[in-house]
Design a protein around this ligand. Sequence first.
Ligand SMILES: Cc1cc2nc3c(=O)[nH]c(=O)nc-3n(C[C@H](O)[C@H](O)[C@H](O)COP(=O)(O)O)c2cc1C
Length: 342
Amino acid sequence: MKILVINGSPKGDRSNTLQLTNAFLEGICKAQQNALPQIETLHISQMDIKSCRGCFSCWKTTPGQCMIKDDMSFILEKLLGADITIWSFPLYYYSLPGMLKMLIDRQLPLSLPFMTQNADGGSHPARYDMGQKKTVLISTCGFYTSQANYESVISQFDKICGKGNYTTLFCGQGELFDIPELSDRTQSYLALVRQAGKEFARNQISSQTAEKLKELLFPREMFEQMADASWGVTKNGEKQDDALTFTKQMAALYDPASYKGNDIVFDMDYTDLQKQYRIILGKKESTVTEEFTGKAQTIIHTPFHVWKSIAANEIEGSKTLMDHLYTVEGDFDLMLYRKDYL
Ligand SMILES: Cc1cc2nc3c(=O)[nH]c(=O)nc-3n(C[C@H](O)[C@H](O)[C@H](O)COP(=O)(O)O)c2cc1C
């Protein structure tokens, strides 16, 4: 079995979406251990794909052959040879990234010019028998959910492949796959994608797995607060200090459901930067401030890079404390129960 992955992200192998696609492929391989599929991934950002010129040469002058000489003839061969094609791409403006759309337009040589009889809205028949091939769309987007954001992609592929003739896996909050500090959550999602790949290889993604895949990575408010904090700029467009950006992102992970009746106030003292920020975990939300009225319950004195490494699970918090890489002043309970809050 041959699987072709068309990676339509301009970011090539740094694509968030590709992490999901690779997990899906791992699931397929797990299910097909006795006859491992042949997998080929094409990073289209590194390929030469020119825009269709609309000359119809591929229909009338050299049937089935495009007159443009670039990587597209190689891609068409791969598409024809694949049993499964996985289109892996980010959502751009509620649709496909431009380069991927160019590739799709350049598939015209794979169609015959004649009109399909009685096709809803009109269509062209395939030049080659593609009936046994399977198509999968895997995509991430930047909004909190994939719901209601993929209409134009779905309506396009409904026309290209036929409604219900392809499998989709769409995921919101895609940028979180690039944040090591959140890998606990993203890895558990990727495990689910692996499961989906396994089920797909055996038959189809079960409705139970499909439902779980629709669950948000993080609740909407938490995600949006984190996303807004992540750009490193203020709403006025001024550059924001890295330590403040990081502290705001950390505070955004606070779940007000863990509120126990009193605000929790703690200060982050980044000793190497001589910068302090106060985080207040309140009944409804968390706030980060540079105003220090009253005393915090807990003050964490730490080099910035040490705390970043702890947050990214690169080093273990309690061991780092024992090694005196950071110190805690005041109420120590907050440290013990830190994971309950942040
Ligand atoms: C030009 C551009 C347009 C985008 N448009 C949307 C959009 O319409 N909806 C959305 O939810 N995310 C949008 N995003 C966010 C990407 O879909 C998101 O960051 C995705 O996870 C990137 O995936 P990748 O790393 O695989 O390229 C857009 C990003 C860019 C750069």
